[in-house]
Write a protein that binds this ligand. Structure first.
Ligand code: NAP
Length: 314
C-alpha cells in the first residue's frame, strides 16, 4: 500500500497557519495542520488584542485563536501535534520529517512564527521559567502581586507587558537601552504616563541576581552613557526584546537571511524557490509582524498553494 500523500501540510497554528487552513479548507483540500510546542502561537500569550479588524471592543488573544481554529475545523482542517525537524524537497511529493514519523505533502505552508529572544546575561538561563525570569506577562504576571518587577525592552511588547503587569505588581521598571521607546505612540504614551511604571532609560541588563537562592532578587543594569552600574530590587523580570524566527528545521529547503528569516522569491511575499513550498507570518516577516499581516500572508500562501496544485493536476 502506498503512503498517504497530503494535499497541503501547514506547519504552525498561529494567525498565519490557521488562516491558511481556513482558505485551503474552504478550497476542499482537507489541509493537515501540524501543531508545535505553542498551539495558537504568540497571540495566546497576549492579553487583549485591540487592533485586529472586526472586534471594536478588542478580543482576548487566546479567544481569537480558538475562533480561528474552530473556523478552520469547520472547513475540514485536521490537526496533529508534532514538531517538524526537517523538510526534504529533493523529490515531489515533499517529505516532512518529524521525530516519530514522516509525512508526504504535495504542498507545504511553513508558518512557524517566532520565539521570544533572551538577553543572554548571566543568571537569565538559571532563573528562567518559574524562578523569576519569563517572557510572558499574561502567563506569569499574577505571580507577582504586590511585588516590584522589571520589563526589559522598548517595543510594543515591552510596553504591553509593562501595562499588563500594573494590574498585579506594586511597581514596574521599564528598562530600555535608549532614551525613548520604539513602541507605537499610543502604547508608549500609555506606558510612560502610567503611575506604576518607572522608565529606566539608557540602561542595559548586565546580570540577573539570585542564582544561589534559586529565585530572582534583582536586575543589575549598566547606564550606557556613564557606565554606572546599579541593581533594581525586583522579584520578577519580563524579557521583551523581540523575537527569533523559528526557521531552523527548514534551512536548506527554504532560503533564510542573516537574521534567520525566510526570504521569499520574486515579487511574492510567500513563494519560495521551491515550487509548492510557501512561507507565511512572523517566520518570514521582520518588518510588520502584526496578527493581521500574518493572517494576510496565510491567505496569500493558501491561494498560491491551491493554484499551484490545480496546475499540477490539470
Ligand atoms: P521590537 O519592536 O523588535 O522591539 C524590541 C525591543 O527590544 C527594542 O526596543 C530593542 O531596542 C530592544 N532590544 C533588542 N535587543 C536587545 C538587547 N539585547 N538588550 C536590550 N534591549 C534589546 O519587538 P516587539 O516589541 O516584540 O514587537 C515586535 C512586533 O510586534 C512589532 O512590529 C510590534 O509593533 C508588534 N507588536 C504589536 C503590538 C500591538 O500592536 N499591540 C503588541 C506587541 C507587539 P531598540 O529600540 O534600541 O532597538
Amino acid at each position: 500500500m502506498s503512503a498517504k500523500v497530503e494535499n497541503v501540510v501547514i506547519v504552525g497554528t498561529g494567525c498565519a497557519g490557521l488562516t491558511a487552513a481556513i482558505y485551503t479548507g474552504r478550497a476542499n483540500l482537507q489541509p493537515l495542520v501540524l501543531e508545535g510546542v505553542l498551539p495558537g502561537g504568540q497571540l495566546t500569550t497576549t492579553s487583549e488584542v485591540e487592533n485586529f479588524p472586526g472586534f471594536p471592543e478588542g478580543i482576548d488573544g487566546y479567544q481569537l485563536m480558538q475562533n480561528l481554529r474552530k473556523q478552520a475545523e469547520k472547513f475540514g482542517t485536521r490537526y496533529e501535534s508534532g514538531s517538524v525537524q526537517g523538510l526534504d524537497t529533493s523529490k515531489w511529493p515533499y517529505t516532512l520529517k518529524l521525530a516519530d514519523r514522516e509525512i508526504l505533502a504535495k504542498t507545504v505552508i511553513v508558518a512557524t512564527g517566532a520565539s521570544p529572544r533572551l538577553t543572554g546575561v548571566p543568571g537569565e538561563k538559571e532563573l528562567y521559567g518559574g524562578k523569576g525570569v519569563t517572557t510572558c506577562a499574561t502567563c506569569d504576571g499574577a505571580f507577582y502581586r504586590k511585588m516590584d518587577v522589571a520589563v526589559i525592552g522598548g517595543g510594543d511588547s515591552a510596553a504591553e507587558e509593562a501595562l499588563f503587569l500594573t494590574r498585579f505588581a506594586s511597581k514596574v521598571y521599564l528598562v530600555h537601552r535608549r532614551d525613548s521607546l520604539r513602541a507605537s505612540k499610543i502604547m508608549a504614551d500609555r506606558a510612560t504616563s502610567h503611575p506604576k511604571i518607572e522608565c529606566v532609560w539608557d540602561s542595559l541588563p548586565v546580570a540577573i541576581e539570585g542564582v544561589a537562592a534559586g529565585a530572582v532578587s534583582g536586575l543589575k543594569i549598566r547606564h550606557v552613557k556613564t557606565g554606572a552600574e546599579s541593581v533594581l530590587p525586583v522579584k520578577g523580570i519580563f524579557v521583551a526584546i523581540g523575537h527569533v524566527p523559528n526557521t531552523e528545521p527548514f534551512k536548506g529547503a527554504v532560503d533564510t537571511d542573516d537574521q534567520g528569516y525566510f526570504v521569499p522569491t520574486g515579487h511574492s511575499q510567500v513563494k519560495t524557490r521551491t515550487p509548492g513550498v510557501y512561507v507565511a507570518g512572523d517566520c518570514a516577516d521582520h518588518h510588520y509582524r502584526q496578527a493581521i499581516t500574518a493572517a494576510g500572508m496565510g491567505c496569500q500562501a493558501a491561494i498560491e498553494a491551491e493554484r499551484w496544485l490545480a496546475g499540477q493536476e490539470a
